[in-house]
Design a protein around this ligand. Sequence first.
Ligand SMILES: NC(=O)C1=CN([C@@H]2O[C@H](COP(=O)(O)OP(=O)(O)OC[C@H]3O[C@@H](n4cnc5c(N)ncnc54)[C@H](O)[C@@H]3O)[C@@H](O)[C@H]2O)C=CC1
Ligand SMILES: O=C(O)C(=O)Cc1ccc(O)cc1
Length: 357
Amino acid sequence: MTGERRTAVVIGTGLIGASLALALTADGWTVHLQDRTSSHARVAAGLGAGVLDKPEPGVVDLVVVAVPPAAIAAVVRQSLQTFPAATVTDVGSVKAGVLDALWDGDADLGRYVGSHPMAGSQHSGPVTAHADLFDGRTWVVAPHRRSREESVQDVLALVRACRAREVVMDVDDHDAAVARVSHLPHLMSVLMAGHLTAVPTSDLLLAGQGLRDVTRIAGSDPGLWQQILSANATAVLAELRAVSGELAGLIRSLETGTTTGELEEQLARGVDGTRRIPGKHGAAPATYHQVVVEIPDTPGALGRLFAEVGAAGVNVEDIAIEHDQAREIGYLALSVAPEQADDLLATMRAGGWSVGS
Ligand SMILES: NC(=O)C1=CN([C@@H]2O[C@H](COP(=O)(O)OP(=O)(O)OC[C@H]3O[C@@H](n4cnc5c(N)ncnc54)[C@H](O)[C@@H]3O)[C@@H](O)[C@H]2O)C=CC1
Ligand SMILES: O=C(O)C(=O)Cc1ccc(O)cc1
């Protein structure tokens, strides 16, 4: 913000819309919330994401369209008409189709700049929204050949208000990239989780964190993903074909009983691939050490644990919670920089916690 209080309208107050509205409000913007499902806008307002009244159209600086992909182009077009001075952006997961649809017509496209926050979760709706969702995450801004520079700057202001890391990118390059880093991984997770539907429950009781790691995103809204994948079908198909060749290689390798060659190579490539994923803020890939703590089923246990970790000055990079349904206990996996792992283990043991790593 540059001193004056700016006004935004967020259309679609589900997970992404409500989260960015919370961040904009925290940054000092006046935020008006709109949703086809009025209860979603009411919940978002109840969380402190903004107000429900309609703004004077001429005072709106920025409209953020956070509706499902198939509805985006129509809502962007309508917003360009309704708010004559506003920059309009959307947060859809695929960019080219929206732009193609907008070229057909007489919309004032100079004020439209697409964008895409590379953060979210498997949950939908405003209930799990939070202002920190985009903190340190990448947010792609994808101008087109007629985008006005002031509108690009308005969208960059949104990204900064959400404390995300801006990456300005061409629309088609964006769609090819997300096919590789988001859409194919989503389908791999879906394949794995779908395969579990035929697995006996007694086998599932043996599941560890690895299975939860690879299946988490498969729990996302299938309707949303149907729209995302069909909007980016060409790029996703190319990735799926490549991976199906690699899968065939693995099958051949196990059929012939040779553990060297293809199998060995693919396992090594897997290790290389994990090392290439950048950390938060686009930092060099980090390898964290995990310390797993058993959480007793007593009130306040988690709070006490975090207080002890904080008092020890250990910086936790990530957490994951796992439930052992058979024993009815929980585990907390704390990821820390390798040099802090010994301190954390010692702190936990001194506090009487049961730990592993
Ligand atoms: N879920 C995720 O992790 C991410 C999603 N996105 C994109 O963000 C957009 C929103 O996704 P979510 O927040 O996850 O979905 P969501 O389902 O949580 O929220 C969508 C909201 O839009 C409302 N809506 C639907 N059609 C509407 C219309 N025509 N006018 C007004 N409101 C309408 C729905 O009632 C709902 O409240 C999608 O385009 C998605 O591709 C982008 C990054 C991450
Ligand atoms: O939950 C996660 O880890 C995600 O990666 C969520 C996500 C879903 C859709 C997007 O277009 C971008 C991010």
